[in-house]
Design a protein around this ligand. Structure first.
Ligand code: NAD
Ligand code: TDX
Length: 384
């Protein structure tokens, strides 16, 4: 079933956190839009996150790997695709420390397979309008000291984790395909996202699901590392602005204008959950192990654990370029975004239960068992 009004786009990693939000938003905002999702459904991919969209024929789901060059070539040719929005990646820093190989395979080799296929079809076989948008991260710029200026698009690359290094390598390949072959590419380097459908290995959904289950909230080191947080729908709006108005070859930083210390963020999240559960008998009954259901505070679950090796101190984004050139600014505040996120996780118990199955819990428990050793002189509490 095809609708000829809007050309179909290829979204890699569309069953992951940000990809699923992007696909949902695109199909909801344009009745003529069609999307082909290519996703390998790794531990982080969930077809359920987009399954409800498949019924009207506007979403075509392909269970496959971006490293499969023949598959990608076939999709570009047969579905006449002229736009790729590339989210697919191994995305978790802690996993990249435990096992870097998958990060090089997917993030570097996988991105290169996509670029090769795009070059073959869009430049050699059927030249014309096209766009390869590469979704990347602020982690490629390394770590900031407290008084350093925020990352801009001209900040030199200094990736610190295997994850960041693999994303940096993929950014360089995208740049090289634009510069050398004339492939029309754009890249966005974004700060930490949060919101619906995020896999609960990342800080916000992990501590949220743990507090609802009455489990400890692990804070790495002393909790004073700083991240810039962006509500996922704002990230998707930023990517849309780049697709619509961004110049080929241009790189855009996307940020939330919202720097938070981890400990402050977790305390704020605890307050939101305390507020939701304390006055709601039905929620308290659904989450009997959450301290807030007994009138206690969720921050009683905070536990400081061994730090992440090479843990970056601070990320911050200078988003002047995307604001001045494309008129993009995030619309959510941290308070409104967190409230929407908490409400989504409270309302989507089935999604959470499917994710938090045996293998997930096993991984999390093993991961945190290794972190029980605490830092010497580690504070039990960090001042508010
Ligand atoms: P995610 O881990 O939630 O999802 C990744 C998706 O990619 C999953 O659906 C997975 O199945 C799929 N995938 C993995 N390997 C694949 C392969 N070889 N072939 C096809 N599909 C594959 O990731 P996310 O948090 O949604 O991040 C999406 C993109 O945004 C990534 O490129 C990431 O580097 C970038 N990014 C993420 C954040 C963040 O805060 N989460 C911030 C900035 C940039
Ligand atoms: O249990 C935890 N305790 C904790 O203190 C976890 C999982 C994290 N942390 C800390 C580490 C970081 O300082 O919280 C901060 C955020 O951690 P993550 O959610 O793992 O994100 P981060 O490492 O900052 O990387 C994220 O942002 C950039 C995404 O995972 C990347 O995909 C994205 O590119």
């Amino acid at each position: 079933m095809s609708n000829s009004r809007t050309p179909e786009i290829l979204v890699t990693g569309g069953a992951g956190f940000i990809g699923a939000n992007f696909v949902r938003r695109r199909l909801a905002s344009d009745p003529g839009a069609r999307v082909c999702v290519l996703d390998a459904l790794t531990y982080a991919g969930n077809r359920e996150s987009v399954a409800d969209l498949e019924s009207d024929g506007r979403l075509h789901f392909v269970h496959g790997d971006i490293r499969d060059g023949e598959l990608v070539l076939g999709l570009l040719r047969e579905r006449s695709i002229r736009t790729i929005v590339h989210f697919a990646a191994e995305s978790h820093v802690d996993r990249s420390i435990l096992g870097p190989d998958a990060f090089v395979d997917t993030n570097v080799v996988g991105t290169h397979e996509l670029l090769k296929a795009a070059r073959t079809v869009w430049l050699d076989e059927a030249p014309g309008t096209h766009r390869f948008h590469h979704v990347s991260t602020d982690e490629v710029y390394g770590s900031l000291e407290p008084d350093d200026p925020a990352f801009s698009e001209t900040t030199p690359y200094a990736p610190n984790s295997p994850y960041a290094a693999s994303k940096a390598a993929s950014d360089h390949l995208v740049r090289a395909y634009q510069h050398t072959f004339g492939l029309e590419t754009t890249t966005s380097n974004c700060s930490n996202n949060y919101g619906p459908f995020q896999f609960p290995e990342k800080l916000i959904p992990l501590v949220l699901m743990n507090m609802l289950a009455g489990k400890s909230l692990p804070i790495y080191g002393d909790g004073s590392n700083v991240r810039d947080w962006l509500f996922v729908e704002d990230h998707c709006r930023g990517i849309e602005a780049i697709l619509e108005r961004g110049a080929p070859g241009r790189v855009y930083n996307i940020g939330g204008l919202n720097e938070q210390r981890n400990i402050d963020l977790v305390r704020l999240l605890c307050e939101v959950v305390d507020g939701r559960l304390s006055g709601d008998a039905e929620l308290a009954e659904r989450f009997p192990d959450c301290p807030a259901s007994r009138g206690d505070r969720c921050d009683s679950l905070i536990t400081f654990v061994k730090d992440r090796p090479g843990h970056d101190r601070r990320y911050a984004i200078d988003a002047t370029r995307i604001e001045n050139e494309l008129g993009f600014r995030p619309v959510e505040t941290f308070e409104t975004g967190l409230a929407k996120t908490v409400d989504w996780y409270l309302a989507n118990g089935e999604w959470c239960a499917r994710i938090a199955d045996g293998s997930y819990r096993e991984w999390i428990d093993r991961q945190y068992a290794e972190r029980t050793e605490t830092f010497p002189n580690q504070p039990k509490r960090v001042a508010r």
